[in-house]
Design a protein around this ligand. Structure first.
Ligand code: KIV
Length: 276
């Protein structure tokens, strides 16, 4: 991507205004980021889902700020021109304004992110967002099935199904827009609510399990590419990486055992002796 086509916080609102769907995918390391940067994807999320798909935890709660900084920095090295949002991990924006500001700034300064994302739309979250915006850092909010609330929700459960919960999420979306977030991720909510929120706010909404009417979609890299085992209903896989990788590893084993690898082209030779 050339510098002139690089995206900024305004680009996504322009895409929404033009009715062009926004494409986002997660990435967690240099190699993935290079593949994403070579594609037509609009922006990258370094999600704290890295705790589950990269580090093998059962949820995102153990992901640290240090994890997020080091993975964001790797993604930035692989995708120097891409717009990168980094997740603020659990408990990195819950303990007060100064702590929140310092943690958000670390993702920008040390990680190289363009913006940060945090979960929730309560009054306390609005205060955290105000603190981060005071540091001139763009904020993306995330409501609905927020994975950092897994203990309070009693599991990964679709949110906003009752009329009261529907109203609460709609109210939170409007309050988040007013607070100044530039983008809103909607996760695990009924399609009708995803549509109503997307039509009620001028900032772009990015859905994951939020139906067909959000302004864009985001998927976890491993889910999108068939590189994970558990596929939720809202995922579509566009590749079969797990099966392809296992088949490639097995071909390698067979060729080593059969003496077919390394081949002649894979070995080093001495410099031929010159005549005379
Ligand atoms: O951590 C993550 O990958 C996310 C997306 C699922 C939105 O927050």
């Amino acid at each position: 991507m050339s510098k002139s086509s690089a995206k900024n916080v305004h680009s996504f609102r322009d895409l929404k205004a033009a009715g062009t769907k926004i494409t986002m995918v997660t990435a967690y390391d240099y190699a993935m980021a290079r593949c994403v940067a070579a594609s037509e994807i609009d922006l990258i999320l370094v999600g704290d889902s890295l705790g589950m798909v990269v580090l093998g935890y059962e949820n995102t709660l153990k992901v640290t700020l240090h994890d997020m900084i080091s993975h964001t920095a790797a993604v930035r090295r692989g995708a120097p021109q891409s717009f990168v949002i980094a997740d603020l991990p659990y408990m990195s924006y819950h303990l007060g304004r100064d702590d929140t500001k310092a943690n958000a700034a670390a993702l920008i300064i040390e990680g190289g992110a363009d913006a940060v994302k945090l979960e929730g739309g309560s009054g306390e979250r609005l205060e955290a967002i105000a603190a981060i915006l005071e540091c001139e850092i763009p904020v993306c909010a995330h409501i609905g099935l927020t994975p950092q609330s897994v203990r309070r929700f009693g599991g990964f459960r679709v949110q906003g199904k009752s009329p009261e919960a529907h109203e609460t999420l709609l109210r939170q979306a409007l309050a988040l827009e007013k607070a100044g977030v530039f983008m809103l991720v909607l996760e695990g909510i009924p399609e009708g609510l995803g549509k109503e929120i997307s039509q009620s706010v001028t900032i772009p909404t990015i859905g994951i399990g939020a139906g067909r009417h959000t302004d864009g979609q985001v998927l976890v890299y491993h889910d999108l590419l068939g590189h994970s085992d558990l596929l939720p209903k809202f995922v579509r896989s566009y590749a079969t990486l797990n099966a392809d990788i296992t088949a490639a590893l097995n071909r390698y084993c067979s060729e080593v055992r059969a003496g077919a690898f390394p081949g002649h082209e894979n070995v080093y030779h001495p410099i031929p002796e010159t005549e005379g």
